[in-house]
Design a binder for this molecule. Sequence first.
Ligand code: PFF
Length: 457
Amino acid sequence: MAQIRDQWTSRAGFILAAVGSAIGLGNIWRYPYTVYEHGGGAFLIPYFVALLTAGIPLLLLEYAMGHKNRGSAPLAYHKLSKKWEWLGWWQAVVAFLISSYYVIILAWAMSYTWYSVGTQWGQDTEKFFLDQYLGVAQTNGFWDFGGLQLSVVIPLVIIWAFIYFVMRQQAHKGIERLTRIVMPVLLVLMVIITLRGVTLEGATTGLNALLTPDFGALMDPNVWVAAYGQVFFSLSVGFATMITYASYLKKTDDLANSGLICALANSGFEFMAALGVFGALGFLAVQSGVDVQEVVGGGIGLAFIVFPKIISQLPWLNSLFGVIFFGTLVIAGLTSIVSLVEPVVSAVRDKLGLARTTAVNWICGISFLISILYATKGGINYLDLVDHFVNTYGLLFGTILMTLVTAWFTRKVGDLQNHINEVSDVHIGNWWIFCVKYMTPVMLIIITGVHIWEEWL
Ligand code: PFF
């Protein structure tokens, strides 16, 4: 059954949805510790190299694919060449797998918004987190599923109900309206967090730790892997999302401008988050009389173990700042999680001609069931494992092939460049072709090679 494609109400609606997708947990908790662990200020060099030579070029590539071919990822690849439709499915599946655990972290953030009231986590925030969520204290290893963690299941159900409610509606009524309401609020909340972070006593210690460059780190290939990984995850590039979102634009809407705005907004936001977070870490380090290095926990720990400690020690209004911090994570994550589910919904609809509601029922239903697995005691082991494989191999393999297919196997990159230039004010020059054809694949192949070497050999 032929169906009418969803359409954003305006280009501004698209930009908001794209920025909403980009700004998420990746910016607020992932970026700060990634910078810190990979050379501090010096990380900004590989980060900008990755942004300029791969992030922005591939973002524009995805926009062009979706906009020109007017389809979700599998359909867009199919229109390049039938042979490559599977690559679109590959990227959609990567997005799908990420959605089912991304939502778990959102569920944690939601319950921490509640625990912030009266700082219910007590003194030992690590024990609190492990007991509440990971069930690690009680598990006997990898296969132990000893029951569901209600503290995750309840917020999980609320979040899925919300996602379902948003996604049942056409993109301009659901996703676009959500981002129109949420993005201005998010900006205000982030400014509050940053100002609070950088004005705390001891903040400069944290900022120094963040920004003092360790140039030796530039020689470490893992730092480059981290920079590319961060840029892709944070900009939502390589997951079929931007192909899908661009396919909902009007035929004449500007692409290049939108891409630049999106990249600028995303990087600006994550830099702001890093300043706020490190100001607060400096405060904790000074309060505890230790080095900043000792208070930075990796990944999950930073937001859910270290931040509660900081919030408990704030001089005033700690409950309120707790609610603001974790509430911001929830809000930022909601506009991203819908963008992880939408490419799958859109792909299935394009393939089978399903009504939106039918596709949403199935996709949300299945992803919900998978996410329940992670909410069992010991489920965290799977979360970690899937995160690692999907985010490194699934993503890198997909993005390498994306460049090879468009630039080499189907030789459509010139057409895509013309397409961007036909609709855009800003002219995209041959630097773009150079990046998509040579620079990005070569860098990504080297990075993946080094990664495989270090992990397996
Ligand atoms: N960009 C989001 C973040 O920074 O949290 C995560 C994300 C959303 C990744 C959508 C990929 C995607 F397709």
